[in-house]
Ligand binder design. Sequence first.
Ligand SMILES: Cc1cc2nc3c(=O)[nH]c(=O)nc-3n(C[C@H](O)[C@H](O)[C@H](O)COP(=O)(O)OP(=O)(O)OC[C@H]3O[C@@H](n4cnc5c(N)ncnc54)[C@H](O)[C@@H]3O)c2cc1C
Length: 601
Amino acid sequence: MSPRSGGYNSVEMPKGAREEVRVGTPLTRRALIERGAALAAAAGLAPAFRLSPADAATRRCRPPRGFPRSVEIYRQGFVNWAQEIVVEPLWSCSPRNAREVVKVVNWAARAGYRVRPRGRMHGWSPLSVNPGANCRSKVIMVDTSHLDGLSLRARNPAVIRAGAGVLMERFLEFAERRGYGVTAAPAPGDITIGGALAIDAHGTAIPADGEKRRPGHTFGSLSNLVVALTAVVWNRRRSRYELRRFERTDREIGPLLTHVGRGFVTSVDMRVGRNYNLRCESITDVPVDELFAAPGSAGPTTQTFDSYLRRSGRAEAIWYPFTTEAWLKVWTVTPEKPASSRRVTGPYNYAFSDNLPIEVTEATRKMLFEQPELTPSFGNIQLTTTRSGLETGEAADLWGKSKDLLLYVKPSTIRVTANGYAVHCRRRDVQRVISEFASYHRRHLDEYRARGSFPSNMPVEIRVTGLDHPSEVGIRGARPVALSAIRPRPDHPEWNVAVWFDILTIPGTRDAVRFYRETENWMYRNYSPYALVRPEWSKGWGYGRDAAWDDQAMFRKRIPRSYKAKRARKSAWKAGTAILERQDPHRVFTSPLVRRLMPRR
Ligand SMILES: Cc1cc2nc3c(=O)[nH]c(=O)nc-3n(C[C@H](O)[C@H](O)[C@H](O)COP(=O)(O)OP(=O)(O)OC[C@H]3O[C@@H](n4cnc5c(N)ncnc54)[C@H](O)[C@@H]3O)c2cc1C
């Protein structure tokens, strides 16, 4: 099997590489390959942009010295899904197994290189690679696609072992064929298990009224399903990195379950439960005034977001800008197919939103950048398109196996950027948390509109999950997911759910950073003390004046404080990151963002 290419990311020709082709060595094979790859990529034909050492080496970009001979090295572009991070081809490798990963890591520690595991590059935050990285940055990208083993290790309770490079869709398919599934999963299937666990990937689900959690299932993130994992860590006695298996009861596993880019996991054992069938209804006619109504103003028949959660436990609102109704998806556990539902036998059933060539993003960007005042009409067009897409695709009422309803976003959807936060609160405060956000967001958009500015031109997404209670994994003495955004706070046992908010916009939209910064500050002010805000690691947060992930208050205060229980001596954040530091004292598994987030103390 060949290493994974850039997936659906069309790879632009990096600036540096283009100069290199022109100035360095005219008409070389490398030049032809780079140009060909870029053209093909631009046409959406060949997303891989990979150069062999012979083609890649130039005076400016020499191959790293002493790199293990048994592992092939090449240069490959790094472009994240939203195409906000586009760096010139970095030195990369694709180890054939975990032992080769260890070889690369030990070499890197000696040579002063960083090692960045690379999944599908589907994150927004630059946890892997900072914009501006180049082939001299002393970074080795490690494509994890060969870490692809999958096996059923136990049946009752069930455990699946997966290599960290296994794609989520393949994992769920494997589970499904054996009668297993999960309660909630991230919407895309095209992400790796290693990438998903790094950032405590989540879906949307809390118990409906009267619903009991099924054995082997969690209402928290995927990280809370980990029973054991194998990671590359430093052995002090032997002075080298090696593979070590951690059980869920080991103290040191906690921060590895969601390490936010500060580790290298090679395989995981995941708990799964018996699979079940889901129905997913799309509702587009409930006014947002009703859906997001303040709790006091809602009567018993008001169709609030909360009322759907009570009924089904699983809901997502997609609220396009300046629209008066949202696209509400409600998933209900439904053993038998209802007469009105359409049976589905595969995932990704919203073709109208999922199969958009990159040109659609480009055209949308051009239109909204040139005429931002079209944003309100565009919001309404998005809603109309959703309604007609649901109708013509017979997608408004679907039923099938859980995986086919839980996976509903393909990488070929419109490329957006997003901020992201999890707000912990009491179950009974969910509607309050949502209604306060909705009023603020509407006011905020209106204020900008009055000034002729439209910083968010894509929808808001709202989902609700439980927290990562370690008891849900069904192992006595299980350790908490130490750095999870939904790690419960022991001094607030009443906070038992999290509302996840994402505001989307086309990358590069004018005033977006300021708008996001104001929203972030409002959230921290508004939700304290009755709730708690933490960032969603894979998305945008920590907005400074000009950019995301740039606010010192976030790094120094807000994040560490949010993990500190009232009477605790130390923040659980600091305790967790100290463990990661011991596991990687050479800081091989860091990027500039990770170093800011987890400074050496
Ligand atoms: C369209 C879209 C929809 C999304 N929807 C959701 C959603 O519904 N829910 C949700 O939670 N998230 C969602 N995400 C975010 C996504 O889950 C994360 O960005 C995830 O990290 C992507 O995985 P990846 O395989 O692409 O990892 P990458 O982006 O390649 O890597 C992400 C991080 O994980 C690290 N990493 C990767 N592999 C390993 C490994 N083996 N060991 C240690 N670290 C590793 C990388 O170094 C990096 O720090 C969505 C993203 C997109 C683009």
